[in-house]
Design a protein around this ligand. Structure first.
Ligand SMILES: Nc1nc2c(ncn2[C@@H]2O[C@H](COP(=O)(O)OP(=O)(O)OP(=O)(O)O)[C@@H](O)[C@H]2O)c(=O)[nH]1
Ligand SMILES: [Mg+2]
Length: 193
């Protein structure tokens, strides 16, 4: 897709503050530090539009970015960030759950998994939540540039086995560093807005 405009619209915590224009939304979910915000920037070709960090826990609100004034990218806070106090953690969980379960304009959730590690209990929780919410999901194996070519297939197969997915279920390897998989990812995203 040709990105002609990409702009940050707002941060929100509660449904009452989400955009109300009904444009379709594509959301990025996954563990803290898995590369959600970086991937969003890569797709839009706008460095620094979504704030990123080496330290987990950078994105702390639900952030809406308007793309081509036609749909939204939604950058979600990561889960499994140990340094967050327990009570705040619960709020985050509730917030993300409410968004994923109740958001009418939500068309697709990209579920990011770090290609270097097998899925964590938190990854499984999100998988179940997405199943419950009946939102179409696309699994991405991120930071694929960190793996040798020979390790990549095994990494994708580990995710497949661990999540008990069919042989033909799509798990797309991506890298925001090298651009691998970005074209393929855009193809899927485009079909959903
Ligand atoms: N090598 C490599 N590093 C990446 C890639 N994507 C992201 N990173 C790095 O991973 C770190 C975390 O990236 P973020 O995009 O901030 O992660 P996030 O998932 O948004 O994290 P939270 O906002 O904490 O939930 C940063 O240091 C990025 O530079 C990638 O494809 N390859
Ligand atoms: Mg982030």
């Amino acid at each position: 897709m040709k990105v002609t405009s990409a702009e940050f619209i707002k941060s929100a915590l509660l449904p009452k503050d989400f955009p109300r224009d009904g444009r379709p939304e594509l959301a990025f979910a996954g563990r803290s530090n898995v590369g959600k915000s970086t991937l969003l920037n890569k797709l839009l070709n706008r460095r620094g539009l979504a704030k990123t960090s080496k330290t987990p826990g950078k994105t702390r609100t639900i952030n809406f970015f308007s793309v081509n004034e036609r749909f939204y990218f939604v950058d979600l806070p990561g889960y499994g960030f140990a340094k967050v106090p327990k009570d705040l953690k619960a709020t985050w969980g509730d917030m993300i759950t409410a968004y994923l379960k109740e958001r009418e304009p939500l068309r697709l959730v990209a579920h990011l998994i770090d290609a270097r590690h097998p899925p964590t209990p938190n990854d499984h929780e999100l998988l179940e939540l997405l199943d419950d919410a009946e939102v179409p999901t696309l699994l991405l194996a991120t930071k694929i540039d960190k793996l040798k070519k020979s390790q990549r297939k095994a990494s994708v197969e580990t995710i497949r086995r661990d999540f008990e997915l069919d042989e033909d279920a799509l798990i797309l390897p991506v890298s925001s560093e090298t651009g691998e998989g970005i074209k393929e990812l855009w193809q899927v995203l485009e079909e959903n807005v």
